[in-house]
Design a protein around this ligand. Sequence first.
Ligand code: PLP
Length: 393
Amino acid sequence: MNTQPSKPINFIDLKAQREYLGVKIDNAINNVVNSCAFIMGPQVREFEAKMAQFAGAKYALSCANGTDAIALPLMAWGVGEGDAVFCPSFTFAATAEVIPWVGATGVFVDVYQDTYNMDVAHLEASIEKVIAEGKLKPKVVIAVDLFGQPADYPKIRAICDKYGMKLISDSAQGFGCTLNGKHPIEWADCQTASFFPAKPLGCYGDGGAVITNSQEDWDLMDSLRVHGKAVAGDLEGKTFDHDPKYMNMRIGMNSRLDTIQAAVLIEKLAIYEEEIEKRNEIAAYYYEGLKDVCVAPVVIENGVSNWAQYTIEVPNRDGLMAHLRENGVPSAAYYPIPMHVQGPYLGFVNTGYGTLPITENKADVVMSLPMHPYLDKETQDYIIAKIKEFLTK
Ligand SMILES: *Cc1c(COP(=O)(O)O)cnc(C)c1O
């Protein structure tokens, strides 16, 4: 039980999954290569339909990465100068980065002690603060499903409704997580995903998607992802004496998902439900093994995480990480420096040390353990033993 596994331990094991999928992946990629439909080939639409179905939503719009996926709804809704967009500081940079892209002002919100997700009381206090200052108009909340577990969507939706705001669920890590059996799009106006290879649903390069129930938003974002091209809504009731293909109706960008990536994702999505189950078994095994020696993750009531990360808290985080490294166990600290203290983000509201105490504390104590659907019990036993060895000595 205490002996090191013969194979190196991976933090995320993409090779094991690739072997499991086998020839299906080869065929999927070969089909695209042979068809030469590299851009917007039929697999893109097929994947979008399957992605929407998976999430229980009407539409999915694929794009180049999970960062653009958050920017696209902001652009579609015309969010810009004078608007306030609220997001957590305890997240990956992309969540906050897209806010200044569109000229809006970000407002950082603290997180809960136990779930690491947006603190609804602090969200409302921050909205009230912005209203009282009178310079910005609260427009959008971007909630993050950090480490794969759903944010408190019913409460966040209620706040958004109270203040007439839109809600984006940044599910870059969390796509596949549910609350009361529903995906975040049940509450959010748009739910976004990243297919960066290390995310739970990753492709073989960069990719992203936006899920929505609004046909109008889908059309606008379809235009925006291809340089503001004219879409059905732009052409209705109008006639043109030239090809409307080259008409640009708005300032957009180039953010398409490659056909090869869509083909890979079709195969990966087909096993994703099964993988989420395995991830939950692995998380439960970690929980049993470690709950007495460290702060174990807490998932929101009636929530199911996809366990993008299995994150524990220990006082001497750096010491434990070094001990594990010496014993061949990779680990990672997500995220050691909160966004609200980083230079480029000091123009947001709620910045600097002392403003978000829980976020600041978490950054010092959290660490994530190897987590992927192909992690075997022997390896987990070894990881658990090595953690206990350090924490109980
Ligand atoms: C990875 C990530 C993103 C960005 O996704 P990319 O595909 O890398 O652009 C956005 N938000 C969160 C929370 C992420 O973890």
